[in-house]
Design a protein around this ligand. Structure first.
Ligand code: SAM
Length: 498
């Protein structure tokens, strides 16, 4: 989750902890002969003192030099790049990198792992910058994706929409500042995929629901339900405390539109866990959203959607119970939280992915190695914005590349399920570094969703619908809907709990 990004990985928080490793050692023992006179001893003591002072000063200089040169960060990156050919046979043959593979302990040390002692520890000498740059360029060539992070189109919500949303719900100002633009952008995409408001004339096709996987308090799903006049199905493995649940704050008719499913998406099967519930409410069309489901949660949610869509009997796009998955919107985050067990899940879920197969030569061990490298370094990108971090631009470039590599199989999976799928940046990076968003659905729906937030007819329609929904909600509540987490003090959001 985003909040977890504040922490700086141990390997990255200080460039010079080991700077003294590269310093010459001074051994003073030779000066202490047993039969020295007292006078001589005094001289030796003072000489030792000055040597110690000199040693301290030399260490301080070395530390400063290493800090300035970002030795540790550069070395961490270089060790990762040197380890990559073990995962990418194409890269290995190009670079004859078999000779230069880093040992596991070297790599663990560079990544901030708990390396044992100094065995295998790289010398604290800054790698040659040109060498690192050329290794990174080679990695970029080997792992390239059709649409890397830097070239993702930025597709935000309709202009003026944040103000409308802000007047619709009342939350702590800092919270609003952080989340309104994210919510607006995702709402606009869901709106586009749904083809607009759930017009009663379409009710013979069944009602519409927005299914939010990892819904948390449920703000986004509730807003989608209000905008689209649809149901909101909120899935989460953890039921939020009562004062945080949106369904307990919103009046009818919206209260009854909220349906909760408490369970881990890994264990949920749409046919068993969702379809009976949907059927009871006359829901036959759904859009799945998942905002910032950390790490492999996104992939598990993808699996649910994939299995659900594949359960359709006759290619009609509807499941056995007649539910059509119109589309999906996944805002991904926290690739670094894909730990060892999750990497296994990830590789099973994406087994057969053309990008991964081509990159790793369809070798399971190489895939694990690639995932290990990618997942542990993607946080460089998001940590780069944290206070007092020492992440270098080259590390950020590498992290973007590694995140591209993790994201491509997800996009490929969505393309295999839906007629169309794309990736966009759904808010500006300055607003949230966790701004990657996968959109999938019909060709027309995805085209609408990926159109610019401004100036498009669909965006204007969405804004008008949002304004109308706001007016209706405000009239029913007698003001903006109070979604403040009363009783929950938060220093992060500068909220006193009142
Ligand atoms: C970072 S929060 C995001 C909440 C909400 N989507 C938002 O953006 O405000 C992630 C949410 O996903 C839920 N979650 C994470 N992994 C899950 C899983 N495997 N199954 C169900 N819920 C999960 C967590 O409990 C949490 O509420």
């Amino acid at each position: 989750m985003e909040d977890g990004l504040q922490g700086v990985p141990a390997a990255l928080d200080n460039g010079c902890a080991d700077a003294e490793d590269a310093l010459p050692d001074f051994f003073a023992t030779d000066f202490f002969a047993e039969d020295d006179e007292a006078e001589e001893e005094e001289e030796v003591k003072s000489s030792t003192k000055s040597r110690k002072a000199q040693k301290r000063s030399e260490r301080a200089c070395a530390r400063a030099a290493h800090e300035k040169a970002n030795t540790r960060e550069l070395r961490a990156l270089f060790e990762v790049l040197k380890a990559l050919p073990a995962a990418l046979p194409g890269l290995a043959s190009e670079q004859e990198a078999a000779r230069t593979l880093a040992t596991d302990s070297t790599l663990a040390d560079s990544l901030g792992g708990k390396g044992k002692g100094k065995v295998g520890k790289p010398r604290n000498i800054a790698p040659d910058l040109e060498e690192v740059e050329s290794a990174l360029a080679a990695a970029e060539a080997a792992l390239q994706t059709p649409c890397p992070y830097r070239s993702l189109p930025e597709v935000c919500g309709p202009c003026g929409g944040v103000e409308v949303l802000a007047s619709m719900v009342d939350r702590p100002p800092k919270y609003q500042e952080k989340y309104l633009a994210q919510e607006l952008s995702l709402l606009a995409k869901v709106w586009a995929l749904a083809g607009g408001k759930d017009d009663p004339s379409r009710h013979d096709e069944g009602r519409l629901a927005v299914i939010d996987i990892g819904a948390g308090n449920g703000c986004l799903a509730l807003l989608a339900a209000v905008l689209l006049d649809a149901h909101a199905v909120m899935i989460d493995h953890t039921l939020p405390p009562e004062p945080l649940r949106v369904e307990d704050k919103v009046p009818e008719p919206w209260k009854s539109l909220v349906l909760r499913v408490t369970g881990d998406v890994a264990d949920l099967d749409a046919m068993g866990a969702l379809e009976p519930l949907l059927a009871r409410h006359g829901i036959r069309r759904v859009i799945v959203i998942a905002k910032h489901l950390c790490g492999v949660g996104t992939d598990l949610a993808l699996r649910l959607v994939s299995r659900w869509c594949k359960s359709s009997r006759d290619g009609s796009g509807s499941s056995e119970a007649g539910v059509t998955v119109l589309g999906a919107v996944f805002a991904t985050c926290c690739g670094h939280k894909i730990g060892e067990a999750d990497r296994q899940i990830y590789s099973e879920l994406h087994a057969g992915d053309s990008y991964l197969m081509a990159s790793t030569g369809n070798d399971a061990e190489r895939l694990q190695q690639l995932l290990k490298l990618c997942t542990r370094c993607v946080a460089w990108r998001t940590t780069a914005g944290a206070a007092a971090n020492r992440i270098t631009p080259l590390q950020v470039r590498a992290a973007e590349l590694f995140e591209d590599a993790l994201q491509q199989p997800r996009l490929n999976m969505l393309k295999s399920i839906f007629p169309s799928a794309v990736e966009v940046a759904f808010v500006p990076q300055r607003s949230s570094p966790q701004n990657r968003c996968l959109i999938a659905g019909s060709e027309a729906g995805v085209r609408r969703a990926a159109a610019s937030g401004e100036g498009e007819a669909a965006a204007a329609e969405c804004l008008a619908a949002l304004s109308a929904a706001r007016d209706k909600l405000i009239a029913a509540c007698g003001g903006p809907l109070d979604l403040k987490p009363h009783g929950f003090v938060s220093s992060k959001y500068d909220y006193d709990g009142m």
